[in-house]
Design a protein around this ligand. Sequence first.
Ligand SMILES: [Zn+2]
Ligand SMILES: [Zn+2]
Length: 348
Amino acid sequence: MSSRDPHTPGPGPVAALRRIAFLMERRREETRRIEAFRNAARTILPLPDEEVRARSEAGTLTELSGIGPSTAAVITQACRGEVPERLVSLEKTSGPLAEGGRELRALLRGDLHSHSDWSDGGSPIEEMAMTAMELGHDYLVLTDHSPRLRVANGLSAERLTRQLGVVEAVNAHLGGEFTLLKGIEVDVLDDGSLDQTDEMLAQLQVRVASVHSKLRMDAAPMTRRMIEAVRNPFTNVLGHCTGRLVTGNRGLRPQSQFDARAVFEACAEHDVAVEINSRPERRDPPTGLIELARDIGCVFSIDSDSHAPGQLDMVDHGCERAEAAGIDPDRIVNTWPVERLLAWADKR
Ligand SMILES: [Zn+2]
Ligand SMILES: [Zn+2]
């Protein structure tokens, strides 16, 4: 069910509803409208096929909670073995999100930065994992926020411990071909320390460290702060390093001021990947800084930073930028097989 695969006719009703939600999300349609399709999928998932078919023939699907006229139409058409009209029209938009970067995109095996509804994402962990698997990824790192980011419902050590149990349960169901990896997007505190205990960080497999507060700090203390975070032996990826916002409904934000050469030299020395954040409103780092990190010899990770399943495809944008900057795919850590990635991420 990848956006790149030719569409196979006649998906079942649950698959059709999920695929519609995914494609709407990719087009950045309104969350409330998208959720209607996911809710409908959840409603019919536990029902026997015969009941769904009988209700669709009798026109009584809308008696079920969570199913309205448009979701009922999709279910009815799928039950007849047709590709629902809604899906046919959305599939026309399912091509790559960016013009360039296709060769690099084909080499990506995973994504190191994603959020679930445990912090500020919109979907359950398993929905994120299933969609990443359907996109052809071998792995996805779940990186919900750390405690201090209260606005994003950051996870305490206790909640993160519970989440790790859920990650293990999801992996047990997925049967080994795809791995959901244990991770965090940990806040870089004002002094450069990380917003989670060492005991907890040690239980994770990949850690993205990001600055989310005091973005307007003076260049000298900001540089010290970022280098301190990069030198922390738990840090694997420096997330959206400038914090800028270039478009979108969250408004605009200038990039943080810091000595980028010093920070990227620290990344190269400590084998920390510079993230190419694929979100269109971030485009972080700016092109000049991607080129600087390239020339210094850093490794990179091209991340979606997705907060919903349909956003997992945004890596298309990051691939376009990395390819334009001429970055060798072998220096992009998420082109690596999972074993190599995990060996790189474990610095102990
Ligand atoms: Zn972030
Ligand atoms: Zn994030």
